[in-house]
Write a protein that binds this ligand. Structure first.
Ligand SMILES: Cc1ncc(COP(=O)(O)O)c(C=O)c1O
Length: 386
């Protein structure tokens, strides 16, 4: 007899009419008219160098071969260069996405007696991975104005003990879009050095932020940086990312790799092109994404009791708090799904506050966000009048 493991898990609520999360995701994925505001993905790239590089790779039938197991050296170098970490202090492995990087980090750093500090709201698969390898996860409530809707150095100090080994800093934070200042990162660096702990700096949404800093610059020996091609590069379905640290850490991770035969070659060719062409499209995608936030804010401001906890968001997603408006996020998500808009209710990213908010992402064409604004207001009216 085998039974499911009891690790910390996101409460993935299944929208009405679907038996399993997989059935639901398959439904939204296959509906070509669905407006994609539920996964913080980016739908603003045109047919560009990224697509051409991937098509070219397929035409050459590169996919018949296994790639070098750690990633093409050109790609490794380009990622380090993108972060300005190419001064010889850091090493990198290319992975099948930030998700694999998160798993490797938890596996590498945590011993069975260790605990991990995360935040609630946060990206709950990290809690799951950390609970597989360590003793337990302390998920610190951060959904309040006093802490700026983020895990602060003070909160980390309050929640640490002798067995704390890993602190998770998602920056900008999924789902709220809060981001760290240089001063905060310096304080985290002091905490890490004084207590000999590791900081996981998940920078999946870095390029959407107005001002972003790298933990690796302040605590190089104590930082593991998680990199993803899913968001700003618009390559979520290609499943590619990286993990960066000092050579000692990356060498240790080499002993626990999962993808021993390397990461998808087509994705790697796309990623190389993405980094090389970044200056051509970055501003356009950022500006559209930021402008789209305003449209959502205008709609939310019309609903009494509703508010956006972090505005502007430094990510390509935000939470819309509906609690004081007397509206259940799941009811809005269901209403919008019927109008072909895919959003996520809060329970996907919070155990404590999930009943309060709906999460929406907006790296999508502006006319789709305008449609969302109209339908969101109709949803509120319809739910209220029930
Ligand atoms: C904070 C955070 N880290 C990592 C990931 C996963 O990234 P990837 O698609 O590269 O596995 C996500 C995806 O939404 C995320 O929100």
């Amino acid at each position: 007899m085998i039974s499911p493991k009891k690790y910390a898990k996101a409460a993935k609520m299944i929208p009405k009419g679907f038996k399993t999360p997989n059935e639901f995701f398959n439904y939204v994925y296959n509906d070509e008219d669905m407006i994609w505001m539920g996964q913080n993905t980016n739908h603003l790239h045109d047919e560009n160098g990224i697509m051409n590089a991937m098509m070219g790779s397929i035409r050459k039938r590169n996919y018949c071969k296994y790639p070098p197991p750690e990633g093409f050296p050109e790609l490794k170098e380009l990622v380090l260069e993108d972060l300005g970490l190419n001064d010889g202090r850091f090493d990198i492995l290319i992975t099948a996405g930030g998700t694999e990087s998160l798993y490797l980090c938890a596996n590498d750093i945590l011993e069975p007696e260790n605990n991990t500090i995360t935040s609630d709201p946060g990206y709950l698969i990290i809690d799951n991975f950390a609970s597989r390898f360590g003793d337990h996860v302390k998920s610190v409530p951060i959904y309040n104005q006093e802490c700026g809707y983020k895990l602060t150095p003070d909160l980390v100090r309050e929640n640490m003990d002798d067995n704390t080994k890993l602190v998770i800093l998602i920056d900008p934070l999924n789902p709220l879009g809060s981001c760290y200042t240089k001063e905060e990162l310096k304080e985290f660096a002091d905490i890490a050095e004084d207590n000999d702990i590791y900081l996981l700096h998940d920078i999946t949404y870095r390029d959407f932020a107005r001002d972003h800093h790298l933990m690796a610059n302040y605590a190089p020996e104590h930082t593991i940086t998680i990199y993803s091609f899913s968001k700003i590069y618009g390559m979520a379905g290609m499943r590619i990312g990286g993990i960066i640290g000092i050579p000692e850490v990356i060498n240790s991770i080499r002993s626990i790799v999962i993808n021993d035969l390397g990461t998808n070659v087509v994705a790697q060719h796309g990623a190389i092109a993405a980094l090389k062409t970044k200056p051509e499209w970055l501003d356009r995608i950022r500006n559209t994404t930021r402008g789209n936030q305003k449209i959502i804010k205008e709609a939310v401001d019309q609903v009494e009791g509703a508010f956006i906890p972090v505005y502007p968001s430094d990510g390509n997603m935000m939470a819309i708090d509906l609690y004081d408006a007397g509206i259940k996020p799941m009811d809005v998500a269901n209403y919008l799904l019927d109008r072909k808009i895919f959003t996520r209710e809060g329970s996907y990213t919070s155990k404590l506050f999930g009943h309060r908010y709906l999460r929406v992402s907006y790296s999508i064409p502006t006319e789709q966000v305008e449609y969302f604004g109209e339908e969101f207001l109709k949803a509120i009216d319809a739910i209220k009048s029930k």
